[in-house]
Design a protein around this ligand. Structure first.
Ligand code: TRP
Ligand code: SF4
Length: 330
């Protein structure tokens, strides 16, 4: 039996952190055993909002590849590639733009939200309006059956399905309607208790060294009511405890009880946590060090992935040209 195909992507906008790992990447790592997976570094999508500041783009692409592979994406199992290396995606994006009504794009809730939120950037551009259309092209070029995403991406998935239906209706059955698969997430706050996010500078990066992790854990916000070590604490309002739930399986109960009883100090509690995070991330960190010893290998992995992604993309685009009665001459 052929395996179902999965496609997903992330924008290369800097380093990844534990929030990205437990929000998406951990899912992808598991999925690669059961599905035919395509994971795309979507640099064109990064440009839709970041077109003015492109100096880090090359580095960011390599860095996200290193983050992915060290976190467990396996180039032997999955196709890891760079969006802009597969020009057929741009070709499909253009053709789909002929049939996507402007109103579908303008109505998209993420579009309206982003226009509000990113006021400092001028994203009243053609490219940004077309963001979901480009995402549909990413998904449809690989005829993906399933797209693992976070909740924020559901409107884009719905649009991709509508675009697929419209194309199939006009030109004949071509694309499967991609199904969203919600990521199973483990909730991890940032170091300061807010959502973990690069823009808050409250993250633990996948690339942080063991000592960097130890230093960061020391700065974590705990229950502010606890002044003395013997004060009873409330673990439920403490980020350290939220982390323990993810990293300290065997001792969570103990931490909770000792915190409430005032029989463990926050300094000690943090030390326990830091070592558990370091242990958890050690295999990733080792893989990263190895990978970085041979940058050429990273490039080779991407080149191989690009070539594999192109094989499928070329088949799809030929079929699309044929269905649309375009003249395709070599
Ligand atoms: N828009 C997605 C995000 O911001 C990234 C993305 C681009 C994507 N193309 C995709 C996700 C195709 C899934 C499938 O997270
Ligand atoms: Fe948080 Fe641990 Fe301090 Fe309790 S003892 S407040 S869980 S750091």
């Amino acid at each position: 039996m052929t395996r179902q195909r999965i496609m997903s992507g992330m924008r290369p906008t800097g380093y990844l952190h534990l929030g990205n790992y437990f929000g998406a990447l951990e899912n992808w790592v598991k999925l690669q055993n059961d599905y035919d997976c395509f994971f795309s570094i979507v640099d064109w999508h990064a440009l839709t909002t970041g077109y003015e500041e492109t100096k880090d783009l090359k580095d960011n692409i390599i860095n996200i590849a290193v983050d992915w592979i060290s976190a467990g994406l396996d180039p032997e199992k999955s196709t890891i590639f760079v969006q802009s290396a597969v020009k057929e995606i741009a070709d499909l994006h253009l053709l789909l733009s002929m049939i996507v009504p402007l109103s579908w794009l303008e109505r998209c809730p993420t579009y309206k939200d982003q226009l509000q939120q990113l006021k400092e950037k001028n994203i009243t551009t053609y490219g940004f309006l077309g963001y979901p259309n480009l995402q549909a092209a990413d998904i449809l070029i690989h005829k993906a059956d399933i797209v693992p995403v976070g909740e924020d991406q559901l409107p884009h998935l719905e649009l991709a399905r509508e675009i697929a239906r419209r194309f199939n209706h006009m030109y004949g059955q071509t694309f499967p309607e991609p199904q969203a698969k919600m990521n199973q997430i483990k909730l991890l706050p940032g170091l300061d208790g807010r959502k973990m996010s690069k823009s808050y500078d409250n993250t633990i990066a996948l690339s942080d060294s063991p000592d960097a992790i130890r230093d960061k854990v020391k700065t974590m916000i705990t229950d502010p009511q606890r002044i003395k070590k013997t004060d009873p604490g409330n673990p439920n309002i403490c980020s350290v405890y939220a982390f323990h739930k993810v990293f300290s399986e065997g001792i969570v109960k103990e931490v909770e009880e000792n915190c409430k009883a005032g029989t463990i100090g926050c300094v000690q509690c943090k030390k326990l946590l830091a070592e558990n995070i370091v242990t958890y991330m050690a295999p990733m960190y080792e893989k990263r060090i190895k990978l970085l010893e041979d940058k050429g290998k990273i490039i080779d992995i991407l080149k191989t992935g690009n070539a594999a992604a192109r094989v499928i993309a070329k088949q799809t685009i030929s079929e699309v040209y044929e269905k649309m009665n375009m003249l395709e001459l070599e």
